[in-house]
Design a protein around this ligand. Structure first.
Ligand code: ATP
Length: 372
């Protein structure tokens, strides 16, 4: 539904050129909720603004719903569009946008704000009113139609912003840090609303955020951006199945100090109904091993249960090839951590943290050993 190919954006300022996007290739499938995460300055806003051509990319292409928007834009001087072409304007109507600070008009009522894009689309007063009330009902705000934004909570303002974004019946919704200004409870309810709309309307949602919890609670897929590049991307299960994935580590941080070179540390990821713990006790019994559980995390990602566990086996990797093979045979995803020197930091924290959004290691207490 959304494809960017070699997308680059360079801001030319008086003093220097700033490369905000450096060859971004992204593919968001129809009906997907796709989260782009990264630290401040990574290029997330530039990406989302280039997707709907609010910013003109310096090079590369953007295709939304089969239309190459970059080809529809007429370039003006210094890369700025002179004016959107009618074709670009029409294509943009299939893209809704939700902003961090809501961008509501304080002089208009809630209904008046939702009606604004409908006026631009040329609907009659009666049609506008009917449609706006329908949209307000969809976001749970039918009773606030006549109220001005100043009398709404942050979450309610964002719901109005979402209703307004849906006015043109878009196929794609772009969300620029839509929950960053909201408290955790309100964040959860707005994310639930976005997820419901995604499912009810088969809406494709591209959201940018700096919060891993946002990705974890609603996204089917995610990309990690750094210095204008996508450094990792995929569906959440794919990321969890990728050895060494930074996103997987940040989504499900595992704690636990690894004991040293005479120990083998293994990260186990399990999905859905597979539970690791009985497998670990079976392993312990079958191979007469003292298995230590260093850390564990159970959570849901995009509505599916996912768990991770870090265990430690006595002996080097060479001594544990057979038990590790046994774990793999159980259908669990296994990642063996590189051996560490006794005084060295755990391998995971040595490679950590890309986003700095969550601790990668040392977050939880070591659990007792599994009984043999
Ligand atoms: N209009 C602009 N003119 C010049 N430089 C800009 C402009 N917009 C963004 N930049 C620069 O481009 C880089 C990427 O910025 P961008 O806002 O896309 O990142 P971001 O990941 O969204 O960050 P944040 O989370 O802080 O919004 C930064 O170095 C920023 O300073």
């Amino acid at each position: 539904m959304i494809t960017t190919t070699d997308l680059s954006k360079v801001y030319r300022t008086k003093d220097r050129d700033i490369t905000a996007l450096d060859g971004v290739n992204l593919h968001v499938a129809q009906g997907e909720m796709y989260g782009v995460i990264g630290q401040s300055g990574a290029g997330k806003s530039s990406l989302i603004r280039c997707v709907n051509l609010l910013e003109t990319p310096t090079s590369g292409s953007v295709t939304v719903d089969g239309r190459e928007l970059t080809a529809l834009a007429r370039r003006g001087s210094r890369g700025r569009p002179k004016r959107p072409t009618p074709q670009l304007r029409a294509a943009r109507s299939s893209i809704g946008m939700v902003f961090q600070h809501f961008n509501l008009l304080s002089s208009r009522t809630v209904r008046g704000n939702v009606e604004l894009p409908l006026e631009i689309l040329g609907l009659t007063r009666r049609e506008r009113s009917r449609k706006a009330l329908e949209l307000l009902d969809l976001v749970g705000l039918a009773d606030k139609a006549g109220v001005h934004p100043a009398r709404l909570s942050g979450g309610q303002k964002q719901r109005v912003g979402i209703a307004r974004a849906l006015a043109g019946e878009p196929k794609v919704l772009l969300s620029d840090e839509a929950t960053s200004a909201l408290d955790p409870e309100t964040t959860r309810s707005v994310l639930r609303l976005l997820r419901d709309l995604n499912q009810q309307l088969d809406l494709t949602v591209l959201l940018i955020t700096h919060e891993m919890d946002v990705v974890k609670s609603v996204c089917d897929s995610a990309a990690l951006m750094r210095d204008g590049r996508v450094v990792e991307s995929g569906t959440v299960p794919e990321l969890l199945a990728t050895p060494g994935s930074e996103l997987a580590r940040e989504l499900f941080p595992l704690g636990g100090e690894v004991g040293g070179p005479e120990r083998t540390a293994v990260d186990i990821t399990f999905h859905g109904d597979t539970a690791a713990e009985p497998v670990v006790s079976r392993l312990s019994r079958a191979y007469d091993l003292d298995v230590s559980i260093l850390g564990a995390a159970m959570d849901t990602a995009a509505g599916k249960q996912v768990g991770r566990m870090r265990i430690e086996l006595p002996g080097r990797y060479e001594d544990n090839v057979v038990p590790i093979g046994y774990l793999r045979e159980q259908g669990l995803q296994i990642e063996v951590l590189p051996a560490t020197e006794p005084a060295a930091a755990p391998a995971v924290s040595a490679a950590a943290p890309a986003t700095g959004l969550a601790p990668a290691a040392g977050a939880s207490e070591p659990a007792p050993e599994v009984a043999k």
